[in-house]
Design a protein around this ligand. Sequence first.
Ligand code: CA
Ligand code: CA
Ligand code: CA
Length: 272
Amino acid sequence: MEHPHWRGMGLFAAALCGLSAVGPVPRAAAAEPPRLELEMPPGGPFTRGDQVLVPVFLRMEPGRFKYVSFGLETEGQASLFFALSAALIAMPGVDYFHDRIVDSRHVAAGVGDFDFERSVGVVPVPEGRVGLGTLIVEIGAAAPERGVLTVAAGTRSVTGPPELALEGKVIVSLDRVEVRLPLMDHAFVRGDSNRDGVIDVSDAVQAIQAIFLDAGSEPCGDAVDANDDGRLDIADPFFLLNFVFQAGPRPPAPFPNAGSDPTADGLTCGGG
Ligand SMILES: [Ca+2]
Ligand SMILES: [Ca+2]
Ligand SMILES: [Ca+2]
């Protein structure tokens, strides 16, 4: 049985050891930990149907790393694709992977030398920051007309938690980071297909052009959808001609003043 006096001496000695370990904080420990960065893209607010390019960076002390793997995901209605930086593709010995997990909103990516038999790091980080690639975010038609689309990096991937392998096989876990893309469809006047602020026969002509000749390229489908049934078809120019020449029903809101679509559908209003 241990004597109480000796146990107290042991605790005292342990406390002394603890004190002796506390000294000036080493410079390395004060440095910022490595992290992923998602850069806010210029422009915006963004519209449903837009393709937004989000640069992905790794920030760490100047040096070299062996590999980095991470997940990319969004909780919004968007498709994600990761395009590796051209400079990294050209670098000898650098491999990469790009996997889709579950669906188009979850992607895993990895960059570097995944062969642990070789002991040298292969990807240099000269200025403390290296571009890993570009995240291509395609905002879907089911995304909200206005609000925020959150895109995150560093979330869990198929290969395990997001991590960075430094030279010497030191593994560092990376924190989750995110970028919040503002969403807002452009205001429009329903029926003003050519968007010149006036409703006349030229809008019916423009609607026919958009529906039958340039299908899918119309930047503001909501304006062309004169009867607001969520579809672009021959009924829309007929509706307009009936209104312009036969004093038929007025286009539904937003009309005659510009605004947003009060009824949900798969159409969007991008462009100017
Ligand atoms: Ca017009
Ligand atoms: Ca319609
Ligand atoms: Ca609608």
